[in-house]
Design a protein around this ligand. Structure first.
Ligand code: M6R
Length: 613
């Protein structure tokens, strides 16, 4: 959630850090700050509010120097204000620190330090770290040693960057546990550090991802990585190919709108290079799946959160139908504590756009502890979910900036479809003709998505129907039940309208009591195995006065006659239909929120990457 940027080198650090922070705005934050070493002193500007406000503070009282750190904070301890904003100084004023994470034993350490005479300046848990470093500096006189000692006392998962005015040639970065990613960007006579790659991509493509329990000592000309005990460890540089231009809004008003429109490209990229249409074959090399291993798999767990969890629900149907392997789908935060029974020959698949979601990483660890093979489907290359897994599938949709996930929902749907075909093929359970058919169905997918995107205006035109609406019900069945969940989540998170999703067949067991003329119902009713059932449920709702907005396939006159409005989508092979049915619902949430004048890309209380429990 918090963003971190640091710089050491010959250039003026201030603009590099401020622009880096700006690139991390998508993570969600409520205050921002910067610290620069200048003429023997550490100077800080920080406050609650947006980065544009931090720019104003810096232009009112300029900062210049060759060493600095910056931070965007998402409040956990202490309200968002200038005092609690990072960077935080130690009581002597010689050490300054930024932090991502939660100090779990904060109260104990705080009381201990206070008893020693430390006078705290903020209400944050972070300040205990910098005060601990100060405590150990008095005895060791070496910043690295003091950081190592301080970190060995704090519990929880953390990313930090720190510097001292007494050693102004270096930044020290550290990563403890699974939260708080830290990436070092290697330059020529200069180096960068950040919590996320987009912050530094403009300056370098050479990246070193810091592993947990490691400390990086970064000077303009060198990088050394150590364990918490001071043993030097080898590091490996990776070349990153993401284009920072891809992270710009371009012609669209919001990142969310742009990312919805990027789904033709992400579908094409997801299929490209993995599908051989001539031979009806799928290849997913990074998953490292052999026929021998595929044939031994007895069960698959899918663990994920939010939108990624909804993709997992579709994945269950795909894998069970195509590969005939039983699948359980778990919300990661539940899986990690429910003591799941994991028998031999189980695979656990984690789905995560960011690859840094704390609950998903913890669920992966739980599965690993119990002997499961781990795979992940991730968007962020180099992320932890990718690195923790034995094999991975990358989403191929480029950086997703909007907090409301869109293209990172449809990409894993196709990844899971490809995986299901591959599994079935390697297990020899898929008749050849059916395999060809399933593979061939992918050909038209980007085009079908394109047709849905071209109909944005039709969705925009009905957004006004929701002007006075405060509750909404989404109904779906079968493979499009998860579409209902995902559509409702999109509406909730960016328009703040209460939206509930229900399997339509479950209505008669209670929720039907809610129905009246004030409750719009969004019915997902493509022409599939469940179409007849949806028709009868729409009829029942209609009879009780509900306003019906249906998602239906072109030409479905029956659905049209029962609905107040229809959002039309092209007929799509049923196993791929969740890719097209969700698109009008993404647009619907977007245009309702836009009409309400809300902050679409950074909705209240939400962060793009949830790196704390
Ligand atoms: O990065 P992840 O895919 O692991 O994130 C999981 C959820 O936090 C995320 O999908 C969240 O639900 C989105 N805001 C939904 O739009």
């Amino acid at each position: 959630m918090c963003g971190i940027v640091g710089y050491v080198g010959p250039r003026d650090a201030t603009p590099i850090i401020l622009q880096g922070l700006q690139r991390l705005e998508y993570r969600g934050y409520d205050s921002a700050g910067i610290a620069i070493y200048s003429q023997g002193e550490i100077e800080i500007r920080r406050d609650a509010g947006k980065i544009s406000h931090l720019f104003d503070l810096v232009s009112a009282a300029p900062l210049h120097g060759h060493l600095g750190i910056g931070h965007t904070r998402w409040a956990t301890h202490g309200e968002p204000n200038a005092r609690n904003a990072h960077p935080h100084l130690s009581s002597s004023g010689r050490v300054v620190l930024v932090h991502n994470g939660i100090v779990e034993n904060y109260h104990t350490l705080h009381d201990e330090l206070e008893a020693e005479g430390v006078h705290f300046q903020s209400e944050t848990d972070t300040e205990v770290i910098v005060q601990l470093i100060e405590r150990y500096l008095s005895s060791s006189n070496s910043l690295v040693t003091a950081v190592q000692k301080a970190l060995s006392e704090i519990q929880g998962a953390h990313g930090i960057v720190v510097f001292s005015r007494d050693e102004p040639d270096k930044l020290i970065a550290a990563r403890i546990g699974n939260a708080g990613g830290v990436v070092i960007g290697l330059g020529d006579g200069e180096n960068f550090v950040a919590s996320d790659l987009p912050a530094i991509l403009e300056y370098t493509r050479r990246a070193v991802f810091l592993d947990p329990q490691k400390i990086a000592i970064i000077t303009p000309a060198s990088l050394q990585i150590q364990t918490l005990n001071g043993e030097i460890v080898n590091w490996k540089e990776q070349h990153v190919t993401w284009d920072p231009i891809a992270a710009e809004k371009g012609e669209y008003q919001h990142f969310m709108q742009k990312e919805i429109h990027e789904q033709v490209r992400s579908m094409t990229d997801t299929i490209a290079g993995r599908v051989n249409f001539s031979f009806g074959k799928i290849s997913l090399p990074e998953i490292q799946l052999t026929p021998e291993f595929a044939q031994t798999i007895h069960k698959i767990f899918i663990v994920a959160c939010g939108t990624a969890y909804h993709a997992g629900l579709v994945g269950k149907i795909l894998i069970e139908r195509i590969a005939h392997i039983p699948v359980e789908v778990d919300i990661a935060s539940e899986f990690r504590y429910r003591d799941p029974i994991i028998e031999p020959n189980t695979v656990t698949i984690a789905i995560s756009q960011s690859g840094e979601t704390a609950d998903t990483l913890a669920a992966m660890e739980e599965a690993r502890k119990k002997g499961s093979t781990l795979w992940s489907i991730v968007n962020a290359i180099g992320s932890q979910a990718m690195r923790l897994a034995d094999g991975f599938i990358s989403m191929q949709c480029g950086p997703e900036i909007g907090v409301a996930s869109t293209k990172a929902y449809t990409a894993p749907l196709v990844d899971l479809y490809l995986l299901a075909i591959l599994l079935a093929d390697l297990r020899n359970t898929l008749p050849t003709q059916m395999r060809y058919q399933l593979v061939n169905d992918l050909r038209r997918l980007p085009n079908l998505v394109g047709i849905c995107l071209d109909r944005e205006t039709e969705v925009q035109e009905i957004a006004h129907l929701f002007t006075d609406v405060s509750n909404c019900l989404y109904l779906g069945r079968g493979i499009n039940m998860p579409t209902a969940y995902e559509g409702a989540l999109k509406l909730k998170e960016i328009s703040y309208i209460h939206a509930e999703a229900y399997p339509a067949g479950e209505m008669k067991h209670g929720p039907i009591a809610l129905i009246d003329k004030n409750l719009p119902i969004i019915a997902i009713a493509p022409k599939d195995l469940w179409n007849e059932k949806m028709v009868s449920q729409i009829e029942q709702a209609k009879a009780r006065g509900a306003k019906i907005i249906s998602i239906a396939n072109d030409g479905d006159e029956r659905i049209k006659s029962l609905s107040d409005r229809v959002l039309w989508i092209p007929q799509t092979p049923w196993l791929l239909s969740p890719v097209t049915t969700i698109i009008p619902l993404q647009f619907l949430a977007y245009h309702i929120a836009h009409q309400r004048g809300l902050d679409i890309d950074q909705p209240r209380n939400l962060a793009k990457s949830v790196t704390v429990e």
